[in-house]
Every structure is written in C-alpha cells, then in structure tokens.
Write a protein that binds this ligand. Sequence first.
Ligand SMILES: [Zn+2]
Ligand SMILES: [Zn+2]
Ligand SMILES: [Zn+2]
Ligand SMILES: [Zn+2]
Ligand SMILES: [Zn+2]
Ligand SMILES: [Zn+2]
Length: 245
Amino acid sequence: MEYKHFSHEHNLNLYRVQAGQQFRCHGCQMMCNDSIYACWRCNFFLHEHCGNANRYVKHPSHQLHPLALVPNPTYCSGSFLCTGCGAPGNSFSYCCPPCEVDLHVHCTYLPPNVNHKAHQHELIINFTTGEQAGNLDQHCKICTKQLNSKNWSYICSRGECDFKVHTYCATSEVKPGLYQDDEPDTQIPAQNPNSSTGAGGNQPQKTGLTPEEALAEVMQMQLQMQMAQEFAQMMASFNLSHLAP
Ligand SMILES: [Zn+2]
Ligand SMILES: [Zn+2]
Ligand SMILES: [Zn+2]
Ligand SMILES: [Zn+2]
Ligand SMILES: [Zn+2]
Ligand SMILES: [Zn+2]
C-alpha cells in the first residue's frame, strides 16, 4: 500500500520500526518508534501521526484563524520560533503567517492537562502570552530557568498555587540549553496567578454555518481531540518508559 504526502514527491510506504532501528521524523525532527511512512530512496521518514496530521487545525490558542500545516517554515531564514515552546524549528509547522503564529507539530497537540511528579495537582496548559501573562520575570518551577512570557506554559489547575512551568518541562520533553541563564535576577513582586489563566478556551464558536458545515466542523474537532488524546497517551507512555529504572 502506497501513500502520498503533500510534502514529498515520492510515494511513501507504511513501515513498522524494528527494535534497534533509528529513524528521524522529517516532520517533527524527533526519533521514530512504532509506525512510520518511509521513502527508502530519499531516507525520508514521517511518524504515522505526523504524516496524518491535518492540513488545517482550529487551535484553542488562536481562535481567530485556522492554522495551516506547512512542510517548511514560511520565513526566509528557513527556521521559525515556536510560539508554544520557544524553541526553533525547521521542518513542519502549523502557522498563521499574518499573526506570526508558528507551532511545532508536537506543540500543536500538547495535552490540555498533564500530571507531573513535581506537583501534587493537575497542570493545565496556559496559552496566555505577552503582557496579559502577568509577571514577566518568572522562573520555571521544574528546571528553575526563566519562563518566556511570549510562550505557553503549564500552570496548576488550582489558582492558589503559584506553579508555572515550561511546556517541555511539564511533558518531560527536555531541551537543554534553550534559554540563556545570564539575565539579571531582578525581583518583581509576584502577581495574582489567577490573572494568567488562559486555558480551556476550547468551546465551539458561534458562526453563521449551515448545519452541514457545522457538522463537518464538529467532526473535524473530534478528530483533533482524538489525535490530541492519542498524542497525550503517547507522551504518557514515553514518560513512563523514561521513569523505568
Ligand atoms: Zn514526527
Ligand atoms: Zn523520496
Ligand atoms: Zn514548540
Ligand atoms: Zn491568525
Ligand atoms: Zn522549565
Ligand atoms: Zn497546585
């Protein structure tokens, strides 16, 4: 069975990765396990979920416009800075060029809530960025490095805890050396963490759609939810295998 992906000129075959084999996904630049789409001629590989990622998503972090999946960054530098995690990327991204929103595929499908052993309560994803994010000089409670107010975070689902962490720290997806630590450690009085709660905006929007369009939209959302759940499960199993001795 052959597949065609819009980002590659040749047909791809679904292949099950065997133990000991190493393939890097062209879509997200992460290592592949499980099933991949492969072009053996070019050594081009995609995670099954990266290959199946929808061309457009309605993302709760950017309700104004759908985000489009592009195989290469839209910037002439050839790379983008992810709005979600702040790390650069140079392959697939979900983007809204007029608003300069760019997301890694895996950041697009970050789970809405996670549990982390560093905190007793559930953490929820926080899309509030910029001035609305409040205190601009906060440090991640897991890695202790600075949080960038331009990027997302995970915060404690209970308002009273001042617990805020990097998305990749909450999901144990550690990328060392990402933030410079040489910023002066000026103390700004902490603000009410409640004011930075921006998650959970996943409600369907009221638009002038016909019932058919609305239904198609709902099905699309359900697909996205399913994909996010699968991704969360994948992340969870990844974390578990990480914790094993
Ligand atoms: Zn991938
Ligand atoms: Zn090829
Ligand atoms: Zn990212
Ligand atoms: Zn936009
Ligand atoms: Zn961190
Ligand atoms: Zn808490």
